[in-house]
Design a protein around this ligand. Structure first.
Ligand code: 5GP
Ligand code: ZN
Length: 116
């Protein structure tokens, strides 16, 4: 998709701190990190969001989780622990509509959602 921010990161048209670059997935540091380690794992081809994944490639989610675990090892947070998260839609706080898995860690992350 020509006007997609994350597609442009995959193609190298927009710079990012890429930590992993595989044939089907890419991982790069979030520009506005919410934890000492905050990395986004994305499919290299454009998938809009998690509701859409089945329409594209049955293996890509597994590969994204595999990439997340590999990157967690590389970042030294595999033993201390981490959180993997997809946002979707307005209530989920989704901002960029290219499927991405958040990898967060490096400190105690606290409650999973803001308490009411
Ligand atoms: P969402 O809210 O859609 O689940 O997450 C989108 C994430 O992308 C946010 O955490 C935001 O900080 C990150 N982000 C937005 N624009 C850029 C960018 O240009 N570069 C990088 N590396 N991250 C970005
Ligand atoms: Zn895209």
């Amino acid at each position: 998709m020509s006007d997609c921010l994350f597609c442009k990161i995959v193609s190298g048209d927009i710079p990012a701190q890429v930590v992993y670059n595989g044939p089907n997935t890419t991982a790069f540091r979030d520009i506005n990190p919410q934890a000492p380690v905050h990395i986004l794992i994305i499919p290299n081809h454009h998938i809009e969001h998690i509701r859409d994944w089945g329409a594209y490639d049955n293996n890509i989610l597994a590969e994204m989780f595999q990439t997340a675990n590999t990157v967690a090892e590389m970042e030294g947070i595999a033993d201390s622990g981490y959180r993997l998260m997809f946002n979707y839609g307005a209530d989920g706080g989704m901002e960029v509509y290219h499927l991405h898995l958040h990898l967060l860690g490096g400190r105690m992350l606290g409650p999973m959602v803001v308490r009411q």
